[in-house]
Design a protein around this ligand. Sequence first.
Ligand code: FUL
Length: 686
Amino acid sequence: MSFLSRVLPALALMASAWAASPPAPFGAVPAGRQVEWQRMEYYAFVHFGLNTWTDREWGYGDEDPKLFNPSSFDARVIVRQFKEAGMTGVVLTAKHHDGFCLWPTKTTDRNISKSAWQGGKGDLVRDFAQACKAEGMKFGVYVSPWDRSQPEYGREGYVKVFHEQIREVLGNYGPVFEIWFDGANGGDGWYGGAKETRKIPPNYYDFPKIVEMVRRLQPQCVVWGGGESGDARWGGSEQGHVGYPHWATLDSKRGGSGAIGFAHGDRWVPAEGDTSIRHGWFWHQREDSQVKSPDKLLQVWFDCVGRGANLILNVPPNRTGQLSAPDIASLNGFRELREIMLSKDFARGAKAAASFRGSDAKFAPGNLTDGNIDSYWTVDDGNNAPSVEIRFAAPATFDVIRLREQIRLGQRVEGFALDAWQGDDWKEIHKGSTIGNQVLARLSSSCTTDRLRLRITASPAVPCISELAVFRAPVMMVAPSITRDAAGKLSISVQGAGTIRYTTDGSDPSAASTEYREPVVFPSGGTVKARIVAGDKLGPIATRALGMVKTGWKVVSATAGDARNAMDENPKTLWQTHPTSGELPPPQGFVIDLGAEVRIAGFSYLPRQDGIAHGMTDRYRFEVSRDGQTWSLAAEGEFSNIKANPIEQIVPLQAPVSARYFRFTGLHAVEKNHVTAAEVGVIAAP
Ligand code: FUL
């Protein structure tokens, strides 16, 4: 035996005396597929299908498959655009509520092989899957459980069809990173011609069985939704943001909300915030001018990814099968803002000083600033409120601090504070609660210092922190906000230097457009566009479609409730048809005298904005009259998806009609058994 072979084991033995073991996991921990998924942070949603042609948000289930016919679709181009925007994957609506399948399924004739596109030989699931593979992006699918086309929906027969559809998309197209099981179910539908409302029994879809199949076919696939069996949850609104404090856990007994989760719950079910770059999920031409601006997207990102959730951003292709130019411009502007901010981490490589677990270098505070989110800093058991000091080589000016916990060991931290060394003392610059997957702490004002301290103030077990990074938020031009009061005065406001320029003819404001100085009277309504102009720089455009002003309006009658609340331009006051107690079931409505004859091009319904869905109506009737006696039907239909996405609904009439009176009727309520409205408006023909 050589000298070395005798000495080395002895040395190894000595070294192991210093090697500390990692802290035991705390509470619920993520599965490997969830860790991988949480690192994806930001990816695309693609709503594409018959609705793109019928101009609807929810198809009824009877639309002709032939309608689907994009003129110049190329999945590769779209996937590349998402990749260039900094996204990590794409989730395609392989089947939406109308039951039309974007792949040649064997389960139903309502599929792409019956469309006019590519002579029925096309397969969009295949195209997206292949494009993602080629571009190094991940591919996911949305397969709607609610199917308004299927005759057997609500009965056993459909469940088999649904399971088989999932098997086809998961079994035939390569790796799928996420499958989306939408909980939406508006009840009514075509259902093979039955045209009725169908309620489903609890556990109807049999998610435990579905999840078993997902695990078998795609072990790395994250199940979004899917009741108790799912891996990821809805972030709680269709605006993309999630709540704070923010937990990746829910609790099997005590529940928890989508937005916040449940502190130290027993199931790891991280949130995904979903929103569309436009108002609706499918492409509608009228929304081409209502694309979220880069600053708005950055705000959503801070309130979603910056709280530890994933952001799925919908960018719907238009009828050519391509993304629209304003959407691409906004995606790229948003990417630039993130890049400006994230490209310089002032703490990268900075020295960090703190006690650490077993004095083992594996757990040293340098792990916070090494750019590797697998390594982490932790301390000896029992020390649940440690602090660490970061020293920058030179003073840095910053206003955003990113922290991450090592989530493989569970989400622990409940409270933290950040201090900056100012002059000769520490000054607290931020207080936060949860960290989890990540938190982007925004300071109320920027801070310049060469010493930063992180104090963990509350944690039920030793904290395991894998990153502390320090950034400067980008200086950006933001889109103005446009409001109008009950008297019809238009106000435009914005933070930032430059002049506000605006138009009311639908054109994009330029340096030559009217300058906004003070509120202006704007009674007839129309489309207002505004932006900041500073030298040769043009800020993002804000667009607002306003109906005619309601000053001369009178309530003629109402089946119940105070209809003046629906015409006072105050979304906080409600027309509601139930008195103090009990319910007054729909239909419920009111008649308005506009004061003079108007050429009506459409109407708007703003559902209540207080976060409560009671009495929100998802089916309407809009009638008009010249004399208040003889009525004609101007529009009747559905406000699809209004419960999850309670934005203003604008309904253009087939053709403008002249009338002095209108009657609005809510025909059905999404919750409870009465009808409410925050505002109802009229769009006058130009
Ligand atoms: C909702 C659906 O009803 C919408 O149409 C959309 O697909 C959205 C992502 O989820 O629940």
